[in-house]
Design a protein around this ligand. Structure first.
Ligand code: ATP
Length: 221
């Protein structure tokens, strides 16, 4: 089991759900690393802001991973004074881990295809590898820039990935779970339970804190 490889998955996690968790766990097992870090963002600049505070989304991530030693929450983006930029987070990992440690960033297909909208996106592959996870509902239809990135950087040998610090893209097909946070928020708003799409502890937190307009629609459930 490799302990010197950093593997992380960022996101709004608004709220965290089983699609995120199962993805992180299957990647941890596939790469043979000790842990995968789940990192809620503060306020993403390339998409509409999350509905709940960073602290609440971090609380939900912590609850979701509390009994799973292979997954860990990282608070750095939420507690940072600055907006969340993945490139800055990667630079902070590099400062901690040194130039030679492999760093892998897990991205769903939707996030991968949107990379040209990210700040300093061309620098990302100088700082990490990208593990792209196929996601139900998202087919691989890259823009010209992303097609070029895939052509230049894609590999299919995971051992190569773990021998170098950064620079490769690898695609991985996992158990397909067509769950999204949007779907969960809509279920709650519509007065329906999202149970079994996310951990019970996270659903309990949503109810206790009356998130996603729970109080207006779900009284008594
Ligand atoms: P929203 O519906 O609010 O856009 P989301 O469910 O896509 O949220 P994010 O927090 O935006 O969740 O996603 C964080 C990361 O997890 C992204 O890289 C995203 O592609 C990936 N991801 C989200 N849901 C899944 C899923 N069901 N399977 C695989 N990857 C996923």
């Amino acid at each position: 089991m490799s302990e010197s490889v950093k593997v992380f998955m960022g996101g709004t996690f608004d709220p965290i759900h089983n699609g995120h968790l199962r993805t992180a766990l299957e990647i941890q097992q596939w790469l043979g690393v000790k842990q995968v870090t789940l990192m809620p963002s503060k306020a993403p600049v390339h998409r509409k802001s999350p509905e709940r505070s960073g602290q609440q989304r971090l609380d939900m991530v912590r609850l979701a991973v509390a009994d799973e030693p292979a997954l860990i929450a990282d608070e750095r983006e939420v507690i940072s004074a600055a907006a969340s930029y993945t490139v800055l987070t990667l630079e902070s990992f590099r400062r901690e881990l040194g130039a030679q440690a492999p760093i892998c960033m897990i991205l769903g297909m939707d996030a991968y295809l949107s990379l040209p909208q990210w700040d300093r996106w061309l620098e990302l592959l100088q700082l990490c590898h990208i593990v792209v996870v196929k996601r139900p509902g998202w087919i691989y239809e890259p823009c010209e820039q992303m097609q070029h990135i895939s052509n230049e950087h894609e590999i299919d040998d995971v051992d190569v990935l773990l021998q170098k610090p950064a620079g490769h893209v690898i695609f991985r097909e996992l158990t397909p779970l067509g769950i999204s946070a949007t779907q969960i928020r809509e279920l709650i708003r519509g007065g329906h339970s999202p149970r079994y799409l996310l951990p019970d502890a996270v659903w309990d937190y949503i109810k206790q804190n009356r998130l996603y307009n729970f109080e207006q629609h779900n009284e008594g459930k």
